[in-house]
Design a protein around this ligand. Structure first.
Ligand code: SF4
Length: 190
């Protein structure tokens, strides 16, 4: 029984790939990403510390596989400023600001003040037209949230892959907003 559980945990990286792939076919699957957003916070809030990072994070596993197993990482140390507290907390503040802006854009669509923007925004800057999926079966704000949230998930995955290649496999984990937030919650519990 214990072995089955261990095996299951080792394959959570597949869910990360599945999530990104499903979003390519239908943007509405982006909503599933909320699981990765909420579960780590809930685990930490219930005294689980960084258990999610250590045992259940598919993205962390995926970066390890790409960097360690497939040897795609250069295995260099990150520049000191990238591992500093200032950068970690600054990046968390930036990420949360972008998240709130994304929620506000969703609200504008919900209230009828704005139309759905069928684009994926990479690195909060580059807009890719993403209009091959018919989202008319759902409320416009639901589609807007999906576009915004999928943009954040793809961007953070790409940042993870870039820093995996440039530095060490799990370099993203040093400044990952979810990791920083679970750490802050854990500290506040001690
Ligand atoms: S720091 Fe982020 S990417 Fe790394 S294991 Fe934790 S949640 Fe996953």
């Amino acid at each position: 029984m214990k072995n089955n559980k261990t095996n299951f945990k080792n394959y959570l990286w597949i869910l990360s790939i599945l999530y990104l792939s499903l979003g390519l076919f239908n943007i509405l699957f982006a909503w599933l990403g909320l699981i990765c957003f909420l579960v780590p916070l809930i685990i930490s809030a219930f005294n689980g510390g960084k258990k999610y990072c250590h045992s259940y994070c598919g993205r962390g596993q995926l970066l390890s596989i790409l960097g360690d197993n497939l040897k795609l990482s250069r295995y260099k140390d990150m520049p000191r400023f990238l591992v500093s507290k200032h950068f970690r907390y600054g990046f968390l503040a930036f990420f949360m600001t972008m998240f709130i802006i994304m929620l506000f854009n969703t609200y504008l669509v919900f209230s009828g003040a704005s139309n759905v923007k069928e684009v994926i925004t990479l690195f909060w800057t580059f807009k890719l037209p993403w209009n091959w999926v018919n989202t008319s079966m759902t409320s416009p704000w639901i589609a807007q949230f999906a576009f915004g949230f999928y943009s954040m998930m793809v961007t953070s995955t790409l940042l993870g892959i870039i820093t995996m290649i440039l530095y060490k496999p799990r370099s993203w984990c040093i400044y990952c907003p979810m990791g920083t937030m679970t750490q802050l919650i854990s500290k506040s519990k001690n």
